[in-house]
Write a protein that binds this ligand. Structure first.
Ligand SMILES: Cc1ncc(COP(=O)(O)O)c(C=O)c1O
Length: 399
C-alpha cells in the first residue's frame, strides 16, 4: 500500500531552519522562522511564565482530564484579553470558546466548524497570507478565494482592490482577516479601513474569521485588538482564532483559543455542541500545561503586570530594530526605497528583493529568509545589523 505514496516537499520554513542549524558560518543569521529572539539570538522564557511554572509545580491539584474546550477559567481569561471585559457578547453568553493546540489548532477547528455549517463554505484569504492558512482551511474541506491585500510595487495595502474584490463575495462567505501584525507583510489596516471593511462585510452578509496570532506585538495589547473588537460589536456571528505562542513565548506548549460568537445564547450553545464534537473526533482534549501557565498569569494581577512589561519590551525591541534597520539602509548606498519598513507592525516585513537575491544572501552570507523575502526583524541584533545591511548592499549592487 505505502509503496504508491509520493514524497511531499518539506514545509519551506522548517526546511530553512534545518539548513540554518547545520550551517557553520560564524555570522549566520536566521531571519526566517517567525519566533521572537532576544539580543543574544535566544527565544527567552518570559519571567512571568517561569514564575507561573514554579507555582504550578508546587500546586497540589491533580492533572486529570479537562474537557474538549479546556478549562472554563482559561477560556474566560483568554476571551477578556481579546474582547475586553465589557464586551456585550461576553455578558450575554453569545461566545463559545475552546482552548486549542496553538493558533493552528484554533484555525483548523474553526475551519472544521465552518465546514459543518454548510457544504459550500468558502473563505476569502488575503493575498499574500501566511503559508499555513491554505492547508489548514482546505484540509477541512473549505474552498478558498483570495482578495488582494499587499501591493509589492507601492509597498502598502491595496485597499481599494481589496474592497472591490470583497464586493464579489456571496452572502454567507467567510473572510479571514489578520487581527494585527499581518503575516507576511507586516502591513495592518488602520481604524478607518477596519470600519470600511466591517461596513462592506455587514452590507454583503459576509462573516469574519479573525486570526490573531500576535496580540501585543504590534502596537500594544489593546490597540492590536481594535479590529477584532470593532467586528465583534457589529457582527452577530463571527470566529476568532488566537495564539499564545508568540505573546507568551509558549510556542511548543501549543496554546491557543477558538472563539465562536453566535447571534443568541441558544445558538451559541448549539454551535458549541458542534465544535466540541469536532474536537472530540480530532484530538479529544487540548494539552493543558501551556494553558495552565496562561491561566496562572492572567488570574494574578502581579504576574499579569510583569508579563505586560515583558511583552512591551519585546515589542519595543522589534520597533527599535526596525528603525535601526531603516537608518542603516538609508545611510548605506543601497539603491531603492526601503522606508516602508518603518510603517509596518510586528516581527515581519517584506524586504522586496527577488528570490534569486534571497538565495544569494543564503549562499554567500548565510543569511536565511523565505523566498518571498519576508524577514523576521526580531532575528537581527546590534552586532548583526551591519553585517546584514552590508550583505544586502552587495547582493543588490550585483544586479
Ligand atoms: C498568522 C499566523 N496565524 C497563526 C499562527 C499559529 O500559531 P501557533 O504556533 O500558535 O499554532 C501563526 C504562527 O506562525 C501565524 O503566523
Amino acid at each position: 500500500m505505502f509503496e504508491h505514496l509520493q514524497p511531499l516537499p518539506q514545509d519551506p520554513i522548517l526546511s530553512l531552519l534545518g539548513e540554518y542549524r547545520v550551517d557553520t558560518h560564524p555570522h549566520k543569521l536566521d531571519l526566517g522562522i517567525g519566533v521572537y529572539k532576544d539580543e543574544q539570538g535566544n527565544t527567552p522564557i518570559i519571567g512571568a511564565v517561569k514564575e507561573a511554572e514554579s507555582r504550578l509545580l508546587t500546586s497540589e491539584q491533580s492533572k486529570s482530564y479537562t474537557a474538549p474546550a479546556g478549562t472554563a477559567e482559561y477560556n474566560h481569561l483568554a476571551s477578556a484579553l481579546v474582547f475586553g471585559t465589557e464586551h456585550p457578547a461576553l455578558k450575554d453568553q453569545r461566545i463559545i470558546s475552546a482552548q486549542t493546540p496553538g493558533g493552528c489548532g484554533a484555525l483548523r477547528m474553526g475551519a472544521e466548524f465552518l465546514r459543518g455549517c454548510s457544504q459550500k463554505s468558502r473563505v476569502w484569504v488575503s493575498l499574500p497570507t501566511w503559508a499555513n492558512h491554505a492547508p489548514l482551511l482546505t484540509g477541512a474541506g473549505l474552498e478558498i478565494a483570495e482578495y488582494p491585500y499587499y501591493d509589492y510595487a507601492t509597498k502598502g495595502i491595496q485597499f481599494e482592490a481589496m474592497l472591490q474584490t470583497l464586493e464579489q463575495a456571496h452572502a454567507g462567505d467567510f473572510v479571514l482577516l489578520h487581527g494585527c501584525c499581518h503575516n507576511p507583510s507586516g502591513a495592518d489596516l488602520n481604524p478607518a479601513q477596519w470600519q470600511a471593511v466591517a461596513d462592506l462585510m455587514a452590507r454583503k452578509g459576509l462573516i469574519p474569521f479573525v486570526d490573531m496570532a500576535y496580540q501585543g506585538l504590534g502596537n500594544g495589547l489593546e490597540q492590536d485588538a481594535f479590529g477584532v473588537r470593532l467586528l465583534a460589536e457589529h457582527f452577530p456571528e463571527m470566529l476568532v482564532a488566537t495564539s499564545c505562542s508568540k505573546n507568551f513565548g509558549l510556542y511548543r506548549e501549543r496554546t491557543g483559543t477558538l472563539f465562536i460568537i453566535a447571534a443568541n445564547p441558544a445558538q451559541a450553545e448549539t454551535a458549541g455542541s458542534q465544535l466540541f464534537s469536532k474536537i472530540r473526533s480530532h484530538y479529544s482534549m487540548p494539552p493543558a500545561h501551556g494553558a495552565a501557565i496562561v491561566e496562572t498569569i492572567l488570574a494574578d494581577t502581579g504576574l499579569t503586570l510583569s508579563w505586560k512589561c515583558e511583552l512591551a519590551s519585546m515589542r519595543e525591541r522589534i520597533q527599535g530594530l526596525r528603525q535601526q534597520l531603516v537608518s542603516a539602509i538609508t545611510a548605506s548606498d543601497i539603491e531603492g526605497d526601503f522606508t516602508f519598513i518603518q510603517h509596518q507592525f510586528g516581527m515581519f516585513s517584506f524586504l522586496g528583493i527577488s528570490p534569486q537575491q534571497v538565495e544569494q544572501l543564503r549562499q554567500d552570507y548565510s543569511i536565511y529568509m523565505i523566498n518571498s523575502s519576508r524577514m523576521n526583524i526580531a532575528g537581527l541584533n546590534q552586532s548583526s545589523m551591519d553585517y546584514f545591511v552590508s550583505a544586502l548592499a552587495k547582493v543588490l549592487s550585483a544586479r
